[in-house]
Ligand binder design. Structure first.
Ligand code: GLA
Length: 739
């Protein structure tokens, strides 16, 4: 047998490495938390505290993880152990804590020592690593959970805190996750916004100190800042290059995510429920479970990180993420509050004429004593308005069925107008300060979902709709008000702390949604909050889709949808064609197609050509929707760097793709795409033919559709969609040539 010298040397080297590792592990416990590509390494120190020693791409040789800690010389006199896996406060730690507790005797100190580690294998793709830490004096038990989705390279992290004292303890700060990163520089991208202008990215080089993203709005937490972020390591990542972390907190309430560059220039990240006004009392032996912090890492750019998160969301989080969706016609912008049965029945026919699957009846269908004819009255009184709808919802469902279209309905069950029967009957169900003037947003207030009776009431609203009208096929669940005057008469009455309101509200909401889903597991529901005021993976467990923005101006939408696409799969985004802007119907439609398409227009106002185009567009959408809903997204050209944007969805076997190209400026420019746009995600060895779809009647393509290209060519050279003033949006279908 021939001696392989290389193999021999390798064996000798790994023997010595293992020897060294054994020496180190004589006192250290090393916990590798791995996905297919990445690793998060935890290790105990000499004092049995738990540290994070590594985060990044996996090492080839896992035995070498034990050597990591020795490389870190960052513990000068215990000024602070910056890379602690869950930093407590009041003892040795002098930096921003993840955990802060007032113990039953008033003492403010907590220390956490490693006790044990467990790895539960759920299936071939999912594992739950859990690490138990304990305070040696008070016995407080903290369990850190790291759920790994191996192929998606996603980690879902949360913690539980258990009170082992005889008396109650108060949690001051109780983060979901505490992470530590070591690199040269850190570029944070946050997404700020407001009504009608959601998801604006802003990138900053993090400097020393703490930068935090947070919300104190309660029910519409994301109105000003979305609970999502990206961190590029070393230098700003691009779609195809660079080290990038995408993260988000799965919590539909106040959140806080802190990014601290410590004195050694490491990055500490603490994410969780916002401690603002939220001290939480925990009685003896009770446990608090934090929401999940969800993150994914790629060293190959933002595109790959996004696709990982999308796959995770479709496979594991978004309700019916791998299923299908209904195209629809909504009546909000076409009628607002002004409709009756006859008008609606005509709209059913319009929806059918367009070819969509469902008609969605929006706000204004309910309340009698204080009819819901505008947004000043009626919210809370969920009986059909007898004047507008004398025959009730059941009748509408039947009429829609006769017209050959499904029927869906809008509700806003967490809210109440002071001018309503509900408010008259149950003022104690409303969140408000007893001694102070009420403060309204859109003339309404928030119901107190900490109260089990209110939870029952909200559940009943939905149960009545589905129970009485079994054919209701869809719900749009809105939430238009933030919490002002945060105070609960229920918490008061039951002797609980007011500071639990923000947290218990969200828990109450989830309890209701849980009940709805156990009784009605499949019915599609849209999450809406005057647009994207409440979008997160806590809520999306119960919803099939969300409304990204009330702003449906298609150029604005090209940006808004682009930015949501970093974190959410296209199947979750409801994009409607409306009359919000005067841009032509083709452009609007092409933009709406890059997600879940719907309409909110007056169909009878469409010209003959526009109608013809729209009817064909619904068919064109039906033929590409599979790619958009379940394919992999490649963002080809950013609207922030070009006068156009271009995105592509490719199916798993790389045989079919659809490409959306939109001009985003009205500046004079003869040809917006003088050079081709490089495609991605194809098979370099396959041959493809490209055709233009969704053309406006009477126009023809300027592209040569007879040409056949290799995937290699399309990914190295590209394809030119020929965007110009006459062709401001172009949809391309890419099909593999039969061999
Ligand atoms: C919110 C929603 C809109 C519409 C109105 C109805 O603003 O975002 O789509 O449903 O409420 O009042």
């Amino acid at each position: 047998m021939k001696i392989n010298r290389f193999e021999f040397i390798k064996k000798i080297v790994s023997f010595f490495v293992l020897y060294a590792v054994n020496l180190v592990t004589a006192w250290a416990v090393v916990i590798p938390i791995e996905t297919a590509k990445n690793a998060l390494i935890l290790q105990t120190d000499a004092d049995n505290r738990l540290l994070i020693t590594y985060f990044g791409v996996k090492l080839e040789n896992s035995s070498e993880y034990a050597l990591l800690n020795a490389q870190m010389k960052q513990d000068d006199n215990r000024a602070g152990v910056f890379n602690h896996a869950y930093t407590p406060s009041g003892t040795w730690n002098l930096v921003e804590p993840a955990l802060s507790i007032t113990h039953s005797d008033g003492n403010l100190s907590t220390e956490l020592k490693f006790i044990s580690y467990k790895n539960e294998v759920i299936d071939a793709n999912v594992q739950i690593h859990s690490v138990l830490l304990k305070d040696p004096v008070y016995g407080t038990e903290i369990t850190l959970y790291y759920k790994t989705y191996i192929n998606e390279n996603v980690i879902e992290q949360w913690s539980t805190i258990k009170n082992k004292e005889k008396g109650s303890i108060t949690l001051q700060k109780y983060a979901s996750a505490n992470l530590n990163f070591v690199d040269k520089d850190y570029y944070l991208t946050l997404f700020h916004g407001g009504w009608g202008r959601e998801m604006n990215p802003e990138q900053t080089l993090l400097s020393y100190g703490i930068k935090s993203l947070d919300s104190k709005l309660g029910t519409r937490p994301d109105s000003f800042m979305q609970p999502v972020f990206m961190v590029s390591f070393d230098k700003p990542a691009t779609e195809e290059n660079g080290k990038i972390l995408l993260g988000t907190l799965a919590w539909s309430g106040n959140y806080k995510m802190e990014f601290e560059v410590d004195p050694y220039h490491n990055l500490r990240l603490i994410a969780g429920i916002n401690p603002y006004s939220s001290e939480y009392r925990l009685v003896s032996d009770k446990e608090f479970e934090t929401p999940s912090f969800i993150y994914t890492f790629s060293n190959q750019g933002i595109g790959e990180a996004s696709r990982q998160l999308h796959r995770w969301a479709r496979n594991y989080r978004l309700l019916d993420g791998n299923g299908s969706r209904l195209t629809l016609l909504n009546n909000w912008e076409s009628t607002f509050f002004d409709f009756n049965e006859a008008k609606l029945i005509n709209l059913f026919a319009d929806g059918k004429k367009l070819g969509v699957d469902l008609f969605l009846l929006d706000d204004g269908w309910f309340a009698n004593k204080y009819p819901r004819n505008d947004d000043r009255a009626g919210l809370g009184d969920w009986e059909p308005n007898r004047k507008k709808l004398p025959n009730g919802i059941g009748y509408l469902v039947k009429e829609a069925d006769k017209a050959g279209i499904k029927f869906g309905i809008w509700i806003e069950p967490e809210m109440v107008n002071p001018k309503s029967e509900l408010y008259e009957k149950h003022p104690e169900w409303v969140i408000k300060q007893p001694e102070r003037p009420e403060f309204y947003f859109r003339n309404q207030l928030v119901l107190d979902l900490t109260n089990p009776q209110v939870q029952d009431y909200v559940f009943q609203i939905v149960d009545n709709l589905f129970g009485k009208n079994t054919e209701v096929a869809y719900i749009k669940w809105d939430c238009n008000t933030a919490i002002y005057n945060a105070n609960s008469s229920y918490l008061q009455k039951t002797g609980q702390n007011q500071s639990q309101l923000y947290v218990d509200y969200v828990k109450g909401l989830y309890r209701v949604l849980e009940r709805i889903r156990s009784k009605y597991p499949k019915i599609p529901m849209m999450l809406c909050s005057s647009g994207g005021g409440r979008v997160d993976y806590g809520a999306l467990k119960y919803f099939t889709e969300f409304w990204p923005s009330d702003n449906t101006g298609p150029v604005e939408r090209a940006y808004i949808q682009w930015n949501y696409s970093y974190f959410y799969p296209a199947i979750a985004l409801c994009n409607h064609i409306t009359d919000w802007s005067k841009v032509g119907i083709k452009y609007k439609t092409d933009v709406a197609m890059m997600g879940k398409m719907g309409y909110d227009i007056v169909v009878s106002n469409l010209s003959e050509k526009e109608l013809m185009f729209s009817q064909d567009a619904v068919k064109a959408y039906n033929s590409v929707k599979e790619l958009v809903w379940h394919g992999d997204l490649y963002r080809l050209a950013s609207p922030y760097e070009n006068p156009y944007s271009s995105l592509m969805f490719v199916n798993e076997v790389k045989s079919r793709a659809v490409i959306f190209n939109y001009v985003v400026t009205n500046r004079f420019d003869e040809k917006f795409t003088p050079t081709p746009i490089r495609l991605q995600g194809l098979n370099p060895e396959q041959k493809y033919r490209i055709k233009e779809v969704n053309l406006y009647p009477g126009t023809s393509t300027t592209l040569d559709t007879t040409a056949i290209f290799s995937g290699d060519y399309l990914m190295k050279v590209g394809f030119n969609p020929d965007l110009n003033q006459q062709r401001t949006s172009v949809v391309l279908e890419v099909n593999q040539e039969a061999k």
